[in-house]
Design a protein around this ligand. Structure first.
Ligand code: 4NP
Length: 153
C-alpha cells in the first residue's frame, strides 16, 4: 500500500499520521509506503511542529526525520489512498484533479473508523498541547483500523 496523509500545513496532524502509520506498519513487518504533505505551502522544508514532535516521542515515535512539503499533482498517481484530515483539506485535494481514478483515492482519514460520517481530525495549531494528544489518539485509532482491514490473509 502507498498512503499519503494530508493536512493544511504538514507540520501538525499529517506528520503524526505519517509517523504513526509507518511505525505500526513496520511493527507488523508490512512494506507500506507512507508519506505526508500539506495543501498549503507556508511551512515547506520545516520540521514538524514541536508539539507534534513531543507527543509522538511520548508514545515512542520519532518524527524528526520529516520535513514539510506541499501536495503535488503526481501524488495522485504515486499513492493508492490519499487521506485528508478535515473537510477543507479534502475539498482542496478534490479541486486539484478532475480524473475519477484520482478522486476515488481521496478519503477522510476518520472514515476508516466512522464510514460515511465525514468526521474531521481537528486542527490543533492554535490550541494547547492537549489538542495534540487528542489528534494522536484519533489518528492512532484510525491507523490501527486501517492495518486491520489490510491484514494479509
Ligand atoms: P496542520 O496544522 O494542518 O495540522 O499542519 C496547521 C499548521 C499551520 C497552520 C495551520 C494549521 N498555519 O496556519 O500556518
Amino acid at each position: 500500500m502507498r498512503i499519503l496523509m494530508v493536512c493544511l500545513g504538514n507540520i501538525c496532524r499529517s506528520p503524526l499520521a505519517e509517523g504513526i502509520l509507518k511505525h505500526k506498519a513496520r511493527q507488523r513487518g508490512l512494506d507500506w509506503w507512507v508519506d505526508s504533505a500539506g495543501t498549503g505551502g507556508w511551512h515547506v522544508g520545516e520540521l514538524p511542529d514541536q508539539r507534534s514532535i513531543d507527543v509522538a516521542r511520548r508514545f515512542g515515535i520519532d518524527i524528526t526525520d520529516q520535513r514539510a512539503r506541499q501536495v503535488r499533482p503526481e501524488d495522485f498517481e504515486r499513492f493508492d489512498l490519499i487521506f485528508a484530515m478535515d473537510r477543507q483539506n479534502l475539498q482542496h485535494l478534490q479541486q486539484m484533479t478532475s480524473r475519477p481514478e484520482h478522486l476515488q483515492k481521496i478519503r477522510f482519514l476518520l472514515d476508516v473508523l466512522y464510514p460515511g460520517q465525514e468526521r474531521e481530525v481537528p486542527d490543533p495549531y492554535y490550541g494547547g498541547p492537549e489538542g495534540f494528544v487528542q489528534v494522536f489518539r484519533l489518528v492512532e485509532a484510525a491507523c490501527e483500523r486501517l492495518l486491520e482491514e489490510h491484514r494479509p490473509q
